[in-house]
Design a protein around this ligand. Structure first.
Ligand code: 9MR
Ligand code: 9MR
Length: 721
């Protein structure tokens, strides 16, 4: 059940009958109005809506055409020189409730020739030009991830990394006029000391820093690295792949970036010896709302810590426990620090299970209120269990109502207040000691959630995974989060439909939508550019920059919760309730929790084989049997079966050990181990596995205490089942 503020915002707005009729009265194919009262800039879009960046050669390629025609129309795909290279018929879809438009769908998926400057033409209207190429998402992968560096507090953003337009002095390091964040007092009666809470990422267009939203965002950024690692493709997120100060330090840049926020999250923990020790302060922000524009270093407002909350504490526990697992191969001392912060947070949350942040606390910063935290308990328990294997955390997982609830993946996706799905994603992909039947059940909950998103996409003219009443504040983040679930379902099953679904949500974000607008700055011919931000505020001060490329707008929000949206968008169909105006914070702000799944998805979509296409979706099944175990040693036999239709020629099988096991020797394979991650490769004589055939090999290793059998394997980057 969606709840708290969300339940208010998620009430379906009444569709304007007049608007629907109006659209239907337009003769033939027309340039559709964006929404009643929408500004001219947005209305001037073509009726043929495509992913304005383009399509990957092996992916789905669909477009939506706004038209009142009842009969199928002819579509033509033209290359850059105007030659028709493919053609076909559209499929009429009639009235599409979320967009309030009458639409048809053109499908040119079977056309796979790479090129730039393609145009899709239907009945006299042409799409914006787009590309078909395998490296389509390379730029977005780095741009969407670079967003976090731009949002850093407590460090100068250097022109040598971002260019002079985006350079700025460090914000909130206690240098006048800043009054934080190195020694920040609490709000009255909350605490009688000050805390150094420098660093971290600014949440959004404001200068607040919120543990609840910081936790889920960090988790997603680190999770994007974990996913790439499971696919054997983490090099693309490795050291020196981003323009950040830490490049060249031997640590993957994505982990360096996330560490900037993790350090902040740990600084928000109440010190030992103080009331509520181990809890996390809910947030730190200005005492009063500041105006627009305002560079972070020029903010003169007093900064205040707000009282600790259970939700914030559990976000810290989950993100820090994940840190302990993922950072260990690079910095074991840091992993230990994270683990101890996570354990302390968990214990403190158990002692204070109902310290809820109130919705009324929204002066100078957002409330991020949450009165139901059983889902945060589940997510944190799952991460702590994955990190430690300890029975107390396992019991917290298995006794949680979320472990079996059918609602862990709600129709509205996961989000900062709904985190049970994150617990499921951890348990579905990270080896733990859960019984195989439990893991199977959890994995099928991921795939059935993904099935739900796919069927919703299939039912809608614009193939959006959210329901018609799901266009609330941050709907674009919700869309991207749903795509993350589909991508993981694809990884777990090798079923190509899920990858197609994840890629198709990218089409929505990049222009195949009710407004024919890319919501990502600088990606697409016609993109958002005036997102609500106090520094990237070009619209109100021409000396300031637009948001940098790769910044995702919050997206359509049918609740019209800011004055300009209320003024300009009245009567809008839900998916058209968006305006690219800097004052529209309820439709056009940026935020770390929206860019995080965008970055996740861009990295996923950018991944491909060296041959240029999508990653292979090898289907495989693995049995790992411990054949002998003695006090500190063991042997295991591993058999990998090719359950796919084509031969596997050359294989790499990967898994992770959760109990510190080390492989010391192996037969019929070559092993490399990096921390907990094990990678085995074929020998010359067993490199080919025919369909239905198997390859077997063995390992010998050491362990101490427990020797949990790994259950998650990937063959050539695709998960086995
Ligand atoms: O800039 C603020 C934005 O980050 C928040 O999401 C939003 C809602 O809490 O509030 C914005 O600040 C506005 C405030 O609520 C009312 N006065 C004008 C502020 C700037 O537009
Ligand atoms: O993303 C948040 C959304 O779910 C809430 O409905 C909204 C109002 O409380 O706040 C959003 O978060 C904003 C936060 O309160 C302040 N910083 C900017 C965030 C994005 O607009």
């Amino acid at each position: 059940m969606p709840r708290t503020t969300a339940s208010l915002l998620r009430r379906p707005p009444r569709l304007s009958a007049a608007l629907l009729t109006g659209a239907l009265l337009l003769g033939g194919l027309a340039t559709a109005p964006a929404a009643a009262g929408a500004p001219a800039a947005v209305a001037a879009t073509t009726a043929v809506r495509v992913n304005q960046v383009g399509y990957v050669p092996d992916g789905p390629k669909r477009a939506t055409v706004v038209t009142t025609a009842a009969q199928a129309l002819t579509w033509q795909l033209r290359n850059a020189s105007g030659t028709v290279v493919a053609s076909g018929s559209t499929v009429p879809r009639g009235a599409d409730a979320p967009s309030g438009q009458s639409v048809q769908v053109a499908d040119f998926s079977s056309y796979r020739t790479t090129g730039t400057g393609y145009v899709l033409a239907v009945d006299g209207s042409s799409s914006t030009p787009f590309d078909i190429r395998a490296d389509l998402y390379d730029a977005l992968r780095s741009d969407a991830m670079a967003f976090f560096h731009h949002q850093r507090s407590g460090i100068a953003i250097d022109a040598s990394l971002v260019g002079s337009a985006y350079a700025r002095p460090a914000g909130h390091l206690g240098i006048a006029p800043n009054k934080g964040d190195v020694s920040v007092p609490c709000q009255a009666a909350v605490c009688d000391y000050t805390q150094d809470v420098r660093g971290g990422w600014y949440d959004a267009g404001d200068h607040g820093k919120y543990v609840v939203n910081g936790g889920i965002s960090t988790w997603l950024v680190v999770n994007s690295f974990e996913r790439a690692e499971r696919a054997g493709k983490e090099a693309a997120l490795g050291d020196s792949t981003l323009r950040i100060p830490e490049r060249g330090n031997g640590v993957p840049d994505v982990l360096d970036e996330a560490r900037w926020e993790l350090d902040f999250l740990m600084r928000m923990q109440v010190p030992e010896g103080k009331p509520y020790a181990g809890m996390a302060f809910h947030k730190i922000h200005d005492a009063a709302w500041t105006g627009m524009p305002l560079r972070p270093d020029q903010d003169a407002q007093p900064r205040e810590l707000h009282r600790p909350s259970t939700a914030a504490t559990l976000n810290l526990a989950a993100a820090a426990a994940q840190c302990a697992r993922v950072y260990r191969p690079y910095d074991s001392a840091y992993a230990d620090r994270c683990l101890s912060a996570a354990r302390r947070a968990w214990t403190a949350a158990q002692a204070n299970p109902a310290l809820h942040a109130p919705s009324s606390d929204s002066t100078g910063g957002g409330a991020y209120e949450d009165a139901r935290v059983t889902d945060e308990f589940y997510w944190a328990a799952a991460e702590l269990y994955a990190a430690t294997g300890e029975s107390a955390y396992r019991d917290a997982v298995t006794s949680s109502s979320w472990h079996t609830s059918a609602d862990a993946f709600s129709a509205y996706g996961f989000g900062w207040a709904d985190t049970a799905a994150l617990g499921r994603l951890v348990l579905a992909t990270v080896p733990t000691g859960l019984p195989a039947s439990d893991v199977t059940r959890i994995r099928s909950s991921v795939t059935s959630a993904a099935d739900g998103y796919l069927s919703r996409m299939a039912a809608q003219g614009y193939a959006v995974p959210v329901p018609a009443d799901g266009y609330f504040w941050g709907s674009n983040g919700e869309v991207a989060n749903d795509a993350v679930v589909m991508a993981v379902a694809g990884e777990l099953t090798g079923d190509a439909r899920y990858r197609a679904g994840a890629l198709e949500t990218m089409d929505y974000l990049l222009g195949r939508n009710a407004l024919g607008l890319s919501y990502v700055t600088g990606h697409g011919e016609s993109s958002s550019q005036n997102q609500h931000h106090r520094f990237w505020a070009h619209q109100v001060d021409a000396s300031l920059p637009h948001p940098p490329a790769g910044s995702l707008a919050g997206g359509p929000n049918s609740a019209l919760q800011d004055p300009i949206a209320a003024e300009k968008l009245t009567g809008c169909a839900p998916a058209a309730c968006y305006i690219d105006h800097i004052d529209s914070y309820s439709t056009n702000e940026v935020a770390v929790n929206w860019n995080a799944p965008l970055a996740w998805l861009a990295a996923y979509a950018a991944e491909r084989t060296s041959a240029g296409g999508e990653p292979p979706t090898a289907t495989c099944a693995v049995t790992y049997t411990v054949t002998n175990a003695w006090n500190t040693g063991f042997t295991a036999n591993v058999t990998v079966k090719n359950t796919g239709p084509t031969a596997v020629d050359g294989w790499q099988l990967t898994w992770t050990y959760q109990d510190g096991q080390r492989v010391t020797s192996a037969w019929n394979t070559t092993v490399t181990q990096n921390g907990t991650a094990v990678s085995t490769r074929n020998a010359d004589w067993n490199r080919t596995i025919a369909p239905g055939a198997t390859a077997s090999f063995g390992v010998q290793g050491t362990y101490s205490g427990t020797n949990t059998t790994p259950t998650v394997f990937a063959l050539n980057g695709s998960a086995c089942v």
